[in-house]
Design a protein around this ligand. Structure first.
Ligand code: MGD
Ligand code: MGD
Ligand code: MO
Length: 763
């Protein structure tokens, strides 16, 4: 299967490749953030906007979910990439009537995500009517009626899919799931299905709660921090300040990654003089260059060594855990040849890292997509949990588990009920609070939703935020699935691929961004969000909206609800839209841990949601009532002769499918994105050369649809110090290579970080 990429608006022949950097941030980071800001917003708006970013009276950065420090905040509590995210949203560029009159949809469908995103903010609702060649304006009321007609005309509510991306505020998310469940389905896939779902699945089963167990203060006071499967220099730059502070307090840092990412090596903190003019702070004490998917083997080996040294915390294990003997017996049998093969590491290095665990009194393990997007992600994360439990490193200061979330409110959306399988307790609380009935049958996650649309079992697709077509796996299949729908609707700030690869009828409903003020009947509103460490706090935009014709996400959900459910529906949608405090009063009654919500989010730093293992070493939400050790069969990813394992990852100049620019500064790539990073050893043995342009073909013989080969054309090879056998390319360009049905066990997350590929010379 080959999908022709839209790339005529980017001249990939201009690409330049230099040496990868050994440090992150510093002056170039400051310079780039100001340049992007000024390009999009002008000088005055750049200054006024950045001043409010991540301040208590300002707005939450729409970039990552890394927490803001409690108490004192620096004048500039943001990073280069947060500034870019804000510039994208607060841009002065606009997509209005003239734009759509000028550009037929067929032309737009040929543009790259980069080009589409650069056109600016959408100013009013637009509709693409059946058979039309162009989007045209539509009034809000007519748009809501159109959606309601489609939804109410379906044979079953389960024929509709309601996607969420993780920027949606708690208030909008709570109302959205309430609308969807009142309408009659649990089809609530979200970006988390492609992101940290594996973390949630692994942690719920072992600790009883699918969230991380540390605070920012714990990070500052840990004595060992392991950062694995994560590139914080690009994706969570403010985390580098926390790592720097921990280092200052004496912590050791271990980076486990197939790539020597600049941000893991050395940090030049732009907030201090040493960072701007000096050499910066070295971060990783130990760089463990592991093979893709080797983390489970590494952690089984660490468990084995710790036990053989008698380094387990017996008191903790006896009092708080279950399943230890099975685990002990299992890792005692460890096959070291498999460990060598899976990790590609020397025995000395494995022992050295295990020794660091044994010597540490306060260990934190952080991870992100490098751990969650493999077939065996759930057992891999459970293996991390095993080692953390073995050492009693949960529920004490300076220690714990730290899945580092992606989207700024992805964790909050889940807390508010965005999940295709919310527990019974939540469902019955909703019913009681609103005197409604909600369905119990589990809904579609992202992969199941694509299958349903592909097979004609789902006919309406509605999204609050995100870019489903570009973010999802198997681009050709996903595009076909979207095109098969009767109606596709996107609540969005900016144009993206999902607006131009559409159902028979399509709507784009423009909404306010985080940076903009939200004026309703009762006055100016704020919303709330939850960061990666369960801190819930306010976010309030101050900029004038990009256009007078935008509605907030809350307004859109409330108005749509009245149209779909009728004005007699028991939920007071009209009241909710007028005053967001009334929504928060209901959140307080329904969502565990949110009592007194309105008062507590008004505290200067908000409040922290309860987390029983962190707060009290209580694990009673698991089946055994204790923290569970797990004995997991070891997975070794084996690749046939002449093939490589490919990961898809982010460049320094993108936010998921939003492409800010064409440079990946830390990895030395300039002016292009169609690159594939391959180790010099593999290039020699496979007979390819640096600079050669190749096709990448993924191979998956087990594909249930019989399509075993997927081809992505024209990628420039970059000779790069990645682990041998492990290649890398950017998401979303390489998504066409990820088979829809190749997903992680239990979490069903697409295996975007381990795809078997071959490279082919181009004729
Ligand atoms: N500026 C910016 N910020 C972002 C985003 C963005 O696109 N741009 N995206 C946001 C979102 S939604 C998310 S989820 C996060 C993503 O944050 P990350 O998880 O940091 O994102 P990726 O670019 O996917 O990087 C994966 C990292 O894991 C490594 N890796 C891959 N496979 C393995 C493996 O098998 N083992 C180990 N040990 N390492 C591996 C890769 O080499 C890479 O360093 O960032 C969030 N923040
Ligand atoms: N191959 C591969 N695929 C992946 C990944 C990978 O590593 N490799 N990563 C996965 C991960 S971790 C994630 S989280 C998903 C991301 O999947 P999504 O969340 O669906 O994608 P984004 O690119 O973050 O969505 C960007 C769009 O959101 C809209 N938007 C921005 N701000 C707002 C707002 O305030 N309100 C509204 N309503 N809309 C807004 C804009 O239109 C923008 O174009 O992708 C996944 N896909
Ligand atoms: Mo994510």
């Amino acid at each position: 299967m080959t999908r022709k990429p839209p790339q005529q608006d980017v001249d990939e022949s201009r690409i330049e490749v230099g040496k990868p950097k050994g440090w992150a941030a510093g002056i170039p980071g400051v310079a780039v953030s100001l340049k992007r800001g000024v390009e999009q917003m002008g000088v005055a708006r750049t200054a006024s906007t950045l001043r409010l970013l991540n301040q208590r009276e300002g707005f939450d950065c729409p970039g990552c979910a890394w927490p803001e420090p409690q108490g004192h905040r620096k004048l500039a509590e943001f990073c280069e990439n947060g500034a870019k995210a804000v510039a994208e949203e607060a841009t002065r560029r606009r997509v209005g009537r003239e734009f759509f009159a000028e550009h037929p949809i067929a032309d737009l469908a040929d543009k790259t995500d980069f080009w589409l995103g650069q056109q600016g903010r959408i100013t009013e609702p637009f509709v693409l009517r059946d058979g039309a060649t162009h989007y045209e304006p539509i009034a809000w009321d007519a748009a809501f009626r159109l959606v309601a007609e489609h939804l109410n005309g379906l044979a079953s509510p389960d024929e509709a899919v309601f996607y969420t991306s993780g920027r949606t505020s708690n208030e909008a998310a709570f109302l959205y799931q309430l609308l969807v469940r009142s309408y009659g389905t649990n089809n609530l896939p979200d970006c988390s299905n492609m992101c940290h779902e594996s973390s949630g699945a692994a942690l719920s089963a072992t600790t009883g709660i699918g969230k991380g167990s540390v605070s920012i203060d714990d990070v500052h006071h840990a004595d060992l921090i392991v950062v694995m499967g994560q590139n914080p220099g690009t994706n969570h730059p403010r985390m580098l300040s926390a790592l720097e502070e921990a280092k200052g307090n004496g912590a050791k840092i271990v980076a486990i990654n197939p790539l020597p990412e600049a941000g893991l090596m050395r940090f030049k903190n732009p907030q201090n003089v040493r960072g701007l003019v000096g050499k910066g702070t070295p971060l990783a004490d130990e760089f463990v260059q592991i093979k893709l998917g080797g983390d489970q083997a590494l952690f089984q080996a660490i468990g084995n060594l710790l036990l053989s040294w008698g380094a387990e915390d017996t008191a903790f294990i006896e009092r708080y855990t279950h399943g230890f003997e099975d685990y002990r017996a299992h890792v005692a049998e460890l096959d070291w040849d498999s460990v060598d093969e899976a990790t590609g590491l020397s025995r000395e290095q494995v022992e050295l890292v295990a020794r660091m665990f044994a010597d540490s009194e306060r260990t934190i393990v952080c991870w992100a997509m490098g751990l969650t997007q493999h077939k065996h992600s759930v057992p891999s994360i459970q293996e991390i949990t095993n080692v953390v439990l073995l050492r009693g490193m949960i529920g004490k200061p300076g220690a714990g588990l730290c899945p580092v979330r992606g989207h700024s409110n992805v964790q909050g959306d889940r807390t508010m009920g965005i999940w295709e399988k919310m527990p019974e307790k939540f469902m019955s609380a909703l019913e009681q609070e609103f005197s409604i009935r909600v369905p119990r049958k589990h809904g579609f996650d992202t992969v199941a939703a694509i299958r349903a649309m592909r097979d004609g079992d789902a006919r309406v697709f509605f999204a609050v935020g995100g870019n489903f077509v570009a973010a999802s796996p198997d681009t050709a299949v996903t595009e076909k699935a979207m095109r098969g729908c009767d109606l596709t609707v996107h609540v969005s700030t900016k144009l993206n691929r999902s607006h131009v690869v559409t159902g028979r009828v399509a709507l784009v409903l423009p909404t306010l961004g985080r940076t903009e003020s939200d004026l309703q009947h009762s006055g100016e509103q704020f919303v709330t969000v939850e960061d990666s460490m369960s801190v819930v706090h306010r976010s309030r935009g101050r900029l004038a909206p990009a256009s007078d014709d935008l509605l907030s996400e809350v307004s859109i959900v409330c108005r749509l609800a009245r149209e779909v459910l009728g004005t007699e529906h028991p939920v007071p949608w009209e009241e909710f839209e007028k005053d967001y405090d009334t929504i928060r009063d209901r959140i307080a009654n329904v969502v565990p841990g949110c009592s007194d919500y309105n008062a507590r989010v008004r505290q200067p730093d908000g409040f922290v949601l309860p987390h029983a293992p962190r707060d009290a070493r209580e694990f009673n939400a698991t089946k055994s009532g204790k923290a569970n050790f797990t004995a997991n069969e070891l997975t070794v990813l084996r690749v046939p002769e002449g093939r490589l394992l490919l990961q898809t990852m982010r460049s320094h100049d993108q936010y998921n499918t939003t492409i800010y620019g064409l440079d990946d500064r830390y990895r030395g790539v300039k002016d292009g994105r169609r690159v594939v990073f391959v180790s010099p050893t593999d290039l020699t043995s496979l007979g390819f050369a640096d600079g050669e342009v190749v096709d990448i073909v993924s191979e998956w013989p087990d594909d249930p649809t019989g399509v075993t080969d997927r081809r992505a054309e024209s990628f420039r090879i970059v000779s790069y110090p990645t682990a041998v056998g492990c290649a890398a390319a950017y998401f979303p360009e390489a998504n066409s290579l990820v088979p829809l049905d190749s997903t992680a066990t239990t979490s069903n997350t697409p295996t975007s970080k381990s795809i078997v590929v071959r490279l082919e010379h181009r004729a």
